[in-house]
Write a protein that binds this ligand. Structure first.
Ligand SMILES: [Zn+2]
Length: 251
């Protein structure tokens, strides 16, 4: 009896393997687009689109499909862009200031933000955050690059420590390390190094990114667009005029 049962078992195992392989290789890919597929969103609106959608204006910006879905954008009904079956904004709400269409960093709602704790300090504009409940698409520990600011270098492997770099780094360490914080995201979810791009808020409602610029620890970093760009430029002008921090010796 034993020797007869064996071939049946092998056939069953082989069938199971073939069905699984077929599902993974053939069925799965046609149902969902890869998450790094690029889609396009307008400056306003709640839909994401194909590049050439007639309802999109010239000011469109490019996003990864998973970022668009996590940010709460829905597929446009006119151009029928690719659909992701993996992530859903309903399952993993991430507070984004561009989706809320805020005009000032002071309007952000800390109750809706991601919660975490700063568990490692790198420099003036970079820290590690351990998230309490990371939604789909985010890791439990994320390296955060703060949006809209550029502090002088302190840890670059080649460059020398720049003027005021240590002060800016110390300010961030003193303000954030081992503290509970809140995160808000904006247009782009990650930079090319994979760092999460975020505004860091403290429970009292202050925005650390804005404080860095306002108190003269950082330049407003305007190479990439962000929701509060004009406001951060104004904060930098005020810091320069007041000769705060970096600008004490005329910049
Ligand atoms: Zn469209």
């Amino acid at each position: 009896m034993k020797t007869r049962a064996r071939p049946d078992f092998r056939v069953a195992l082989l069938s199971l393997f073939l069905v699984t392989a077929f599902t993974l290789l053939v069925v799965w890919p046609v149902e969902t687009a890869p998450l790094d597929t690029l889609v396009y969103v307008g400056r306003t609106g709640t839909k994401y689109h194909r590049f050439d959608c007639r309802t999109l204006r010239a000011t469109k910006s490019e996003m990864r499909l998973d970022d668009a879905v996590l940010a709460g954008y829905e597929p446009c009904r006119v151009c029928n862009p690719p659909v992701s079956g993996v992530v859903s904004a309903k399952d993993s709400p991430v507070y984004r200031v561009n989706v809320e269409n805020l005009s000032s960093y002071r309007q952000a709602d800390t109750d809706k933000m991601l919660r975490g704790r700063v568990t490692r300090h790198i420099d003036g504009d970079t820290v590690h955050i351990t998230l309490k409940n990371p939604p789909q698409g985010l890791n439990r520990v994320e390296k955060i690059r703060m949006i809209g600011v550029d502090t002088p270098e302190t840890v670059h492997p080649v460059k020398e420590v720049e003027y005021f770099g240590k002060e800016a780094s110390d300010f961030t360490k003193r303000s954030l390390l081992d503290k509970d914080v809140l995160l808000a995201l904006d247009w782009d979810m990650r930079d090319k190094y994979g760092r999460l791009l975020a505004y860091i808020y403290l429970p009292d409602g202050s925005c650390h990114n804005a404080e860095l610029v306002r108190q003269g620890y950082a330049n407003a970093y305007t190479l990439f667009p962000f929701q509060f760009l004009e406001e951060f430029r104004a904060l930098e002008r005020e810091a320069r005029a007041a000769k705060s921090g970096l600008w004490a010796n005329g910049g």
